[in-house]
Ligand binder design. Structure first.
Ligand code: ZN
Length: 144
Protein backbone atom coordinates (compact mmCIF):
# COMPACT_ATOMS: atom_id res chain seq x y z
CA UNK A 1 0.00 0.00 0.00
CA UNK A 2 1.05 3.54 -0.66
CA UNK A 3 2.15 5.27 2.50
CA UNK A 4 -0.57 7.57 3.89
CA UNK A 5 1.52 10.72 3.73
CA UNK A 6 2.55 9.95 0.17
CA UNK A 7 -1.05 9.31 -0.76
CA UNK A 8 -2.03 12.65 0.75
CA UNK A 9 0.54 14.55 -1.31
CA UNK A 10 -0.60 12.80 -4.50
CA UNK A 11 -4.26 13.60 -3.75
CA UNK A 12 -3.43 17.22 -2.95
CA UNK A 13 -1.54 17.71 -6.23
CA UNK A 14 -4.21 15.94 -8.29
CA UNK A 15 -6.97 18.14 -6.87
CA UNK A 16 -4.99 21.38 -6.93
CA UNK A 17 -2.38 20.93 -9.63
CA UNK A 18 0.47 23.45 -9.45
CA UNK A 19 1.65 25.24 -12.60
CA UNK A 20 -1.58 24.37 -14.40
CA UNK A 21 -2.53 26.39 -17.47
CA UNK A 22 -0.89 27.88 -20.55
CA UNK A 23 2.58 29.38 -20.46
CA UNK A 24 3.16 32.60 -22.36
CA UNK A 25 6.19 32.78 -24.63
CA UNK A 26 6.99 29.12 -24.17
CA UNK A 27 10.18 28.09 -25.95
CA UNK A 28 9.48 24.34 -26.02
CA UNK A 29 6.38 22.21 -25.81
CA UNK A 30 5.08 18.70 -26.36
CA UNK A 31 1.89 16.73 -26.07
CA UNK A 32 1.81 13.43 -24.25
CA UNK A 33 -0.77 10.66 -24.40
CA UNK A 34 -1.12 7.49 -22.39
CA UNK A 35 -3.63 5.33 -24.31
CA UNK A 36 -3.66 2.70 -21.58
CA UNK A 37 -5.44 5.05 -19.19
CA UNK A 38 -6.52 7.93 -21.44
CA UNK A 39 -4.25 10.53 -19.78
CA UNK A 40 -3.43 13.51 -21.98
CA UNK A 41 -1.29 16.51 -21.25
CA UNK A 42 0.44 19.41 -22.94
CA UNK A 43 3.66 20.59 -21.38
CA UNK A 44 5.16 24.01 -22.08
CA UNK A 45 8.64 25.10 -21.05
CA UNK A 46 10.47 28.38 -20.97
CA UNK A 47 14.17 27.79 -21.44
CA UNK A 48 16.89 30.32 -20.78
CA UNK A 49 19.82 28.83 -22.62
CA UNK A 50 20.06 25.40 -21.03
CA UNK A 51 18.05 26.18 -17.92
CA UNK A 52 14.33 25.57 -17.40
CA UNK A 53 12.98 28.87 -16.12
CA UNK A 54 9.35 27.92 -16.07
CA UNK A 55 7.17 24.89 -16.79
CA UNK A 56 3.41 24.63 -17.01
CA UNK A 57 0.99 21.96 -18.14
CA UNK A 58 -2.60 21.47 -19.22
CA UNK A 59 -4.67 18.40 -19.82
CA UNK A 60 -6.80 15.79 -18.18
CA UNK A 61 -6.08 12.41 -16.74
CA UNK A 62 -6.19 10.24 -13.66
CA UNK A 63 -5.06 11.48 -10.25
CA UNK A 64 -1.60 9.94 -10.58
CA UNK A 65 -0.88 11.47 -14.00
CA UNK A 66 -2.00 14.94 -12.91
CA UNK A 67 -0.15 14.80 -9.58
CA UNK A 68 2.99 13.62 -11.34
CA UNK A 69 2.87 16.50 -13.85
CA UNK A 70 2.24 18.96 -11.01
CA UNK A 71 5.18 17.73 -8.92
CA UNK A 72 7.41 17.50 -11.98
CA UNK A 73 6.81 21.12 -13.02
CA UNK A 74 7.69 22.20 -9.47
CA UNK A 75 10.87 20.15 -9.49
CA UNK A 76 12.01 21.35 -12.92
CA UNK A 77 12.41 25.06 -12.32
CA UNK A 78 16.02 26.13 -12.27
CA UNK A 79 17.27 22.78 -13.56
CA UNK A 80 19.40 22.41 -16.65
CA UNK A 81 18.38 20.12 -19.51
CA UNK A 82 20.91 17.60 -18.33
CA UNK A 83 19.68 17.69 -14.74
CA UNK A 84 16.09 17.32 -15.95
CA UNK A 85 16.98 14.24 -18.01
CA UNK A 86 18.82 12.79 -15.02
CA UNK A 87 15.77 13.32 -12.83
CA UNK A 88 13.69 11.46 -15.42
CA UNK A 89 16.12 8.51 -15.32
CA UNK A 90 16.07 8.40 -11.52
CA UNK A 91 12.31 8.76 -11.38
CA UNK A 92 11.89 5.92 -13.87
CA UNK A 93 14.27 3.80 -11.82
CA UNK A 94 12.29 4.55 -8.67
CA UNK A 95 9.11 3.27 -10.33
CA UNK A 96 10.46 0.22 -12.10
CA UNK A 97 13.24 -1.33 -10.02
CA UNK A 98 13.87 -2.38 -6.47
CA UNK A 99 17.23 -0.64 -6.50
CA UNK A 100 17.93 1.58 -3.49
CA UNK A 101 15.96 4.80 -3.82
CA UNK A 102 17.85 7.78 -5.11
CA UNK A 103 18.04 10.28 -2.27
CA UNK A 104 17.85 13.45 -4.29
CA UNK A 105 14.36 13.03 -5.70
CA UNK A 106 12.75 14.98 -2.86
CA UNK A 107 8.97 15.06 -3.09
CA UNK A 108 9.02 12.96 -6.25
CA UNK A 109 9.69 9.98 -3.98
CA UNK A 110 5.95 9.97 -3.19
CA UNK A 111 5.52 7.89 -6.34
CA UNK A 112 7.61 4.98 -5.09
CA UNK A 113 4.38 3.16 -4.13
CA UNK A 114 3.30 3.13 -7.77
CA UNK A 115 5.87 0.37 -8.32
CA UNK A 116 3.31 -2.01 -6.80
CA UNK A 117 0.84 -1.11 -9.56
CA UNK A 118 2.53 -1.71 -12.94
CA UNK A 119 -0.53 -0.44 -14.83
CA UNK A 120 0.00 2.94 -13.17
CA UNK A 121 3.66 3.36 -14.00
CA UNK A 122 2.81 4.90 -17.39
CA UNK A 123 0.42 7.32 -15.68
CA UNK A 124 3.22 8.51 -13.39
CA UNK A 125 5.86 8.72 -16.13
CA UNK A 126 3.69 10.36 -18.84
CA UNK A 127 4.67 13.89 -17.81
CA UNK A 128 8.34 12.88 -17.87
CA UNK A 129 8.12 11.27 -21.31
CA UNK A 130 6.46 14.49 -22.46
CA UNK A 131 9.28 16.52 -20.91
CA UNK A 132 11.84 14.38 -22.72
CA UNK A 133 9.98 14.97 -26.00
CA UNK A 134 9.82 18.73 -25.41
CA UNK A 135 13.55 18.89 -24.72
CA UNK A 136 14.20 16.90 -27.91
CA UNK A 137 11.89 19.18 -29.92
CA UNK A 138 9.40 16.40 -30.58
CA UNK A 139 5.82 17.55 -30.76
CA UNK A 140 4.01 14.44 -29.66
CA UNK A 141 4.76 11.40 -27.55
CA UNK A 142 2.78 8.33 -26.60
CA UNK A 143 3.63 5.88 -23.85
CA UNK A 144 2.63 2.98 -26.13
ZN1 ZN B 1 -3.62 7.38 -15.70
Amino acid sequence: MIDDLYQEIILDHSKKPRNFGPLENASAHAEGFNPLCGDRLTLELKLDGDTVQDARFRGAGCAISVASASLMTEALKGKTREQAEQMFQRFHQLLTTDAPQPEDLGKLAVFSGVREYPMRVKCATLAWHTLHAALQNQEKVSTE
